[in-house]
Ligand binder design. Structure first.
Ligand code: ADP
Ligand code: ZN
Length: 647
């Protein structure tokens, strides 16, 4: 299928309209070849005849037997009236001279009829096939073009890419001060283009907004248009890639024509990597004609308008490294603006922007929310605010309180709570010990992140349980002991399974992967060990995706030493972690018990248990818990009894 498509694409490279016409003719011809049958069927129906079980040869036989009263000979059919009054219609054998001879010989009266008329010919030969063709075409077009272009938008986006005048201002974009600063110049240019043109200043034509998803790139672009009060044309790179080669390129052309007509204006291309991938990285299917043509058209358009035309193209991507270098050349997207995830201050500001839109209670503390949302992007924060409002609405409250915000954060971070997906007893036991192991190591290791919450409620798609460790503040630097503490915490889950259950499970795979990555990075990137000393073995390749590039320019021997070191190092840490868990066995057992009772324990409780244990007061705390718990249970029971009595 795909291959076929591709061939067609190449062949009709230049003109998708040709393809359309050929398709149409083909379908009409196919339909017409079936049409005569359909025509005779209609005549049969209109003359109220029934097709009986007779054949053409039967008619000749009936003629010889003298049973025919009259024969009407049409182009494709014979209609015959028998002497007993029955009427028969059969399909004719064409060009058979013997029929008339036989009729003459046996004195059967006959005449000609016109069994196909121009009207049914027109309907069945042309109108219906064309209609069917259009239906199929519209169906395909609407599926392929997903909102962009619309039906039959061959090579034309006229009236399809509409401009808007966004009502967004720089104030709506919180944080990101540096990025805002960089694009302010553009606003000024769009407002007073003549001033710059008279001076002969060259204004950038293209600005690439680089950053992870949800950090407000679209928002920033809109704000530029909003501040300058100019039309804003927004398209997504992926929407240019169409079923037919040439459509994307034509759309780019129309987009720029439109933008120039309404200049000064802004074109915003989201996900530009969809068209702007390097030609070398074209993927396993070989070159992609459509993408390449679209890209070429884009380059041509950007080169085409001179810098006096006040049209500025803003494009967004989170993968600048895959872009074709041609896109980044001077005169094209030669300016790059980093739109990064917000820091603590930025998060507070973003939350403020969005909280303005809802009715928040007095107790709402945005700084607390910002503190526990390190690493989230603006879009996530906007979601949290909205989710909190929804939660409050569901509870029938008049305002949104901190409680809802905290719940919303949890949902956003860990995915939706899946109460329905309950763990079976065996899994529950493993998860409870595993997570308790993480938590106890996290709390008892210096430099580890504090535990916020331990849970064995399955959430999201992957995590069966989780231990939320949150950093107190944004950290840009990690000291060596903190990295080791992170490794220990990660190993805590697996170690707890081994120590307390006696058998290990598959549940630790992700932990082990991360622990291994950290250990490797300590050796290869941060120069923290004696193995490679200060020699860096791998560069951090991608700021946004993390991970490192596999460029090996060091010896096999060193590689071997690194592997051995990482393995041994993890083993050592694992041993230490296991010993620590042994020591805290009573705490772990109590945590598991409480997890069974409540499914969730707060970080505060974990610290309380550990502190009590260190001060040899654990038994008292446990007694207290048991007393309270049985009391609670009794209360619940009483409540149930009352309910029972009532009903
Ligand atoms: P991107 O284009 O980078 O993927 P968007 O601009 O589409 O991200 O952001 C999605 C939404 O997230 C915005 O509409 C806005 O509500 C919110 N948002 C993201 N960043 C910010 C920010 N810096 N300030 C305010 N809101 C933001
Ligand atoms: Zn784990």
């Amino acid at each position: 299928m795909a291959d076929n498509n591709k061939k067609n694409n190449n062949f009709f490279n230049q003109n998708p309209l040709l393809l359309f016409i050929i398709f149409a003719i083909l379908i009409v011809l196919i339909f017409r070849s079936i049409a005569p049958n359909a025509v005779s069927e209609v005549n049969n129906l209109t003359s109220q005849n029934r097709v009986m079980a007779y054949t053409y040869s039967d008619i000749k036989k009936l003629a010889k037997e003298g049973k025919l009263a009259y024969v009407a000979i049409g182009r494709n059919t014979l209609r015959v009236k028998l002497k007993d009054g029955e009427i028969i219609t059969v399909n004719k054998v064409p060009n058979d001279p013997t029929l008339v001879e036989i009729l003459d010989k046996y004195h059967v009266p006959y005449g000609a009829v016109n069994d196909s008329n121009w009207l049914s010919d027109l309907i069945f030969g042309w109108i219906i096939p064309i209609f069917i063709f259009f239906a199929i075409w519209m169906f395909l077009a609407s599926r392929m073009q997903k909102g962009m272009g619309g039906v039959l938008g061959f090579g034309s986006a006229k009236g399809l890419i509409k401009s808007e005048k966004p009502n967004v201002k720089f104030d709506d974009v919180a944080g990101n001060d540096e990025a805002k600063e960089e694009v302010k110049e553009i606003v000024d240019f769009l407002k007073n283009p003549d001033r710059y043109i008279e001076l002969g200043a060259k204004i950038p034509k293209g600005v690439l907004l680089v950053g992870p998803p949800g950090t407000g790139k679209t928002l920033l672009a809109k704000a530029v248009a909003g501040e300058a009060d100019v039309p804003f044309f927004a398209v997504s790179g992926s929407s240019f890639i169409e079923m037919f080669v040439g459509v994307g390129a034509a759309r780019v052309r129309d987009l720029f024509n439109q933008a120039k007509k309404e200049a000064p204006s802004i074109i915003f291309i989201d996900e530009i990597d969809a068209i702007g991938k390097t030609r070398a990285a074209a993927g396993p299917m070989g070159g992609n004609d459509e993408r390449e043509q679209t890209l070429n058209q884009l380059l041509a358009e950007m080169d085409g308008f001179d810098s006096n035309e006040p049209v500025i193209v803003l494009a967004a991507t989170n993968r600048p490294e895959v872009l074709d270098p041609a896109l980044l050349r001077p005169g094209r997207f030669d300016r790059q603006v980093l739109v990064d995830k917000p820091d603590f201050k930025g998060r507070v500001q973003i939350l403020k922007v969005h909280v303005k839109k809802i009715k928040a209670g007095k107790d709402v503390n945005l700084e607390e929310i910002a503190r526990i949302t390190a690493g989230l992007a603006g879009a996530d924060l906007a979601n949290i605010v909205n989710e909190a409002a929804l939660l409050a609405g569901r509870k029938g409250k008049k305002e949104v309180n901190q409680e809802e915000f905290l719940e919303a954060v949890e949902r956003q971070i860990a995915g939706l709570e899946k109460k329905s997906r309950r763990l079976n007893e065996k899994d529950k036991k493993i998860v409870a010990y595993h997570e308790s192991g993480h938590a106890v190591i996290g709390e008892t290791t210096e430099g580890a992140r504090k535990v916020k919450k331990v849970s064995i409620v399955p959430r999201g798609l992957a995590a069966l349980g989780y231990t939320l460790n949150l950093p107190e503040e944004d950290k840009y630097l990690m000291q060596k002991h903190e990295l080791v503490a992170e490794i220990d915490t990660l190993l805590g889950g697996r170690a707890a399974e081994e120590v307390f259950i006696g058998e290990i499970s598959t549940g630790a795979s992700n932990d082990l992967e991360r622990a291994t990555d950290i250990a490797k990075a300590m050796v290869k990137i941060y120069g923290m060990t004696d193995v490679a000393g200060l020699m860096v073995l791998e560069k951090q390749a991608n700021k946004f995706l993390g991970g490192f590039a596999e460029t090996k320019d060091y010896s096999e021997k060193l590689q071997q030493e690194v592997d051995e070191f990482v393995k041994k190092f993890l083993e050592e840490r694992y041993k230490i972690v296991k010993e620590k868990l042994q020591k805290y066995k009573p705490v772990i057992e109590q945590m598991v018990k409480e997890l069974y009772d409540k499914e969730v324990i707060e970080g505060e409780r974990v610290r309380e248990l550990i502190k009590a244990y260190d001060e040899s007061k654990l038994e008292e705390v446990i007694d207290e818990y048991n007393k309270k718990n049985t009391q609670n249970n009794n209360e619940e029971k009483e409540e149930k009894d009352e309910n029972g009595n009532n009903s």
